[in-house]
Design a protein around this ligand. Structure first.
Ligand SMILES: [Zn+2]
Length: 187
């Protein structure tokens, strides 16, 4: 079926993108928001076809401030956000760059093989799955989070506003905690 207003090539391009996102298990409601030419039931059918009959998980993206449970997770999130920003051709503070999210996620998975988790319990390596990666890109766009340059360690650090972790460089915080611990051991 050809949707009115879209050329055959444009529609193929939409299917190709839907396939790439489904393969990485982005929540289907987000795929449907992005790709208007394919209906949600059809996107769900595609998910089942790609994943051996497994039904897509429903629900919304995880809230950005609920993703990191331990401080170390923010280091991994900083790495992912840096990969994403470096891969992107656009201003990620105003737009979501879908090819760059895919590239950064694939690279992240290659760097940390076997870390991917679709369900709890998650470990400290976050984003744990592609939907969390998507949530990070979305948070950067809508200003719930930012990638900030740290003057003292010269690294980029991912900060989440309104998080239980203060919006400071977590590399430096962890470093200071470690120094304090070793000083106490000396005493
Ligand atoms: Zn720092």
């Amino acid at each position: 079926m050809i949707i009115q207003g879209l050329s055959y090539e444009e529609q193929l391009e939409d299917y190709r993108l839907a396939y790439e996102l489904l393969k990485r298990k982005l929540r289907t409601s987000y795929i449907s928001q992005l790709i208007k030419s394919i209906s949600l039931p059809e996107i769900r059918d595609m998910h089942r076809a790609i994943h051996q009959g497994e039904s897509p998980r429903s629900g919304l993206l995880p809230a950005i401030d609920a993703i990191p449970q331990v401080r170390e997770s923010l280091l991994y999130m900083s790495l992912f956000a840096s990969l994403y920003r470096n891969a992107s051709q656009v201003d990620i503070k105003t737009e979501m760059d879908v090819p760059a999210i895919i590239f950064a996620w694939d690279f992240f998975c290659e760097t940390f093989p076997n870390h991917r988790r679709e369900r709890r319990p998650y470990d400290k390596v976050r984003p744990a799955n592609f939907s969390e990666a998507w949530a990070i890109a979305q948070a950067l766009k809508i200003g719930l989070a930012a990638l900030q340059y740290c003057e003292s360690c010269h690294g980029d650090t991912f900060v989440i506003y309104n998080s239980k972790f203060p919006p400071t460089c977590q590399i430096c915080v962890l470093d200071n905690l470690r120094k304090k611990e070793s000083a106490q051991r000396v005493i």
